[in-house]
Design a protein around this ligand. Structure first.
Ligand code: B12
Ligand code: SF4
Length: 454
């Protein structure tokens, strides 16, 4: 008989090429050997059946939505290979719906919230044959428990290096929690309003090492809002310059915070290599923005996009329609804002979605009152995703309108062409042509990269 010697960690379904931050964080705290199965499929389970037969336990990470379907398929296959292996579920969905998740026959334990320490303790208990609670929650945010980027744990690191911003961009995650309380967002229901982030020196060291080891030239921060602590974000930009680290970078950012940056601070972002800022603009209607507790005004969204344009940064804006309580007028305001952005700041990359209620958010309660029916099983949650309206106040035609809008958006390449043909504001022509030359160069590197991969 073989010794049970490995912990298997699973993220099933497409990942958008984001590094499996959660799995790395769990793995970094374990004393045992770890096998990470990312973008796991039932076939991959067969490939690693010997490891699964000898596993101590399997940790499965999932968010709400189609990932659950993939996770269940993989869990079923794992059970087929090893009927006794404990299946431990964690991540956003199990954290938000622990009891319901536990009812599923492919779930033995659920861990709520940050899993590093809780999972480590559970694995030790499983090894010793000790009984534990079925739902485990260590309710804290602890920055010492943040993901350690031991990339060696990932079988094929090249898979996560994407041709984006730089020709070789990687995603990193350096903060957890958020003190703001946007009413559609789940974050506060798991972590309260606590927030913590890595020291910037640690982020800088990691980037320097990753450049050396993997030749990356772009970093995109997967943090919910890189600018929660404005001082920290600016310190990052400043230290990149001071330490002469040449890299393109991007991050998600709150428009409320970016609106308070002065000229010097915007220039610092530009000089440090900031190339992309993604922000939740959410709506063109002040009434809706207030309902969402966004702390911004439509005018601030336009100003943000303009400032990005001025400082050579691509503004990516996500917006939504169909928020509970929205009127037709509010919805039209959003379409008007999108049209205005297209006209005034054509570099803007907008994405429009239908509002989707997520459990644990304040608006979710409103949605339930307005007739939204909650899925009653883990399988039911697998059908819960954006643009699949199950909300009675959103009619089919709004869904069609959103789809049509998104389909009408030019690709990034089209934007490039637009700028080449007719730069809008003369004073920026020089800056942008510089940027475009770089972009052209990037595309050839990109093509070569793909050819090489083939
Ligand atoms: C990066 C990111 C993305 C990336 C990559 C997603 C991916 N597939 O990995 C992209 C851009 C593709 C994305 C898309 C979407 N996302 Co997203 N995304 C994030 C973000 C900002 C970071 C995720 C991350 O890597 N965190 C870092 C790790 C370290 O933290 P963690 O995942 O929470 O893991 C910890 C614990 O949860 C726990 N844990 C996690 N897994 C496990 C497993 C086990 C066994 C255990 C014990 C513990 C455990 O321990 C970990 C370490 O502490 C989160 C917000 C957040 N703060 O996490 C939103 C978030 C996960 N996304 C969310 C949503 C809604 C979406 C979209 C539906 C939105 C959209 N606009 O389209 C899509 C879904 C598309 C898809 N099919 O994946 C929601 C999910 C809410 C929910 N109920 O599940 C979140 C929470 C945002 C929010 N604030 O509400 N997303
Ligand atoms: S949407 Fe962003 S800023 Fe708002 S609470 Fe969530 S993480 Fe924080």
């Amino acid at each position: 008989m073989h010794k049970r010697d490995k912990v298997i960690l699973v993220r099933a379904g497409p990942s958008g090429k984001a590094i499996p931050h959660a799995l790395l964080a769990l793995a970094a705290n374990l004393k045992d050997k770890v096998l990470i199965l990312d973008e796991a499929t039932p076939d991959l389970v067969i490939k690693y059946k010997d490891e699964i037969k000898n596993a101590i336990c399997v940790g499965i990470s999932t968010i709400t939505g189609p990932h659950i379907k993939h996770s269940l398929e993989v869990a079923r296959q794992i059970r087929g290979v090893n009927p006794c292996v404990p299946l431990v579920w964690g991540g956003w969905h199990p954290s938000l719906k622990p009891r319901q998740t536990l009812k599923n026959k492919y779930v033995d334990k659920v861990i709520i919230g940050q899993g590093e320490k809780a999972f480590q303790d559970l694995v030790e208990n499983i090894k010793k044959g000790k009984k534990t609670e079925d739902i485990i929650a260590y309710n804290y945010i602890d920055k010492n428990n943040f993901p350690i980027y031991n990339f060696k744990l990932i079988k094929d690191i090249e898979k996560y290096i994407v041709p984006h911003m730089g020709s070789r961009t990687i995603t990193l995650y350096t903060q957890q929690g958020c003190p703001y309380g946007c009413k559609f967002c789940a974050i506060n229901s798991v972590y309260g309003k606590k927030y913590s982030g890595w020291d910037i020196d640690r982020v800088i060291i990691l980037i320097r090492d990753t450049i050396k080891k993997y030749g990356i030239n772009g970093v995109y921060f997967d943090d919910d809002n890189f600018f929660i602590d404005k001082k920290r974000a600016l310190e990052f930009a400043d230290k990149l310059l001071k330490r002469d680290i040449k890299i393109n970078w991007g991050a998600a950012a709150g428009i409320n915070i970016l609106s308070s940056l002065n000229t010097e601070e915007w220039e610092l972002l530009d000089r440090s290599g900031c190339k992309r800022l993604s922000a939740g603009a959410e709506s063109g209607s002040q009434r809706t923005l207030d309902m969402l507790n966004k702390r911004i005004a439509p005018q601030m969204i336009i100003e943000f996009a303009n400032l990005c344009y001025k400082y050579n940064i691509i503004p990516c804006l996500s917006l939504m329609v169909g928020v509970p309580g929205e009127t037709q007028e509010d919805i039209e305001e959003t379409f008007k804002l999108l049209a205005m952005l297209k006209e005034k700041v054509p570099t803007t990359e907008p994405v429009l979605s239908l509002y989707t209620p997520y459990p644990g958010t304040p608006l979710y309660e409103v949605a339930l009152k307005m007739g939204y029916k909650e899925p009653q099983s883990l399988e039911g949650w697998a059908e819960h995703y954006l643009d699949n309206p199950t909300t009675p106040w959103i009619d089919q035609s709004l869904g069609e309108r959103v789809k049509k809008y998104n389909a009408s958006l030019p690709t990034q390449k089209d934007y490039t062409l637009k700028f080449k043909q007719k730069p809008r504001i003369s004073v920026y022509i020089r800056r942008f042509s510089r940027l475009l030359r770089k972009k052209d160069k990037k595309e050839t590197i990109l093509n070569r990269y793909f050819k090489k991969k083939k």
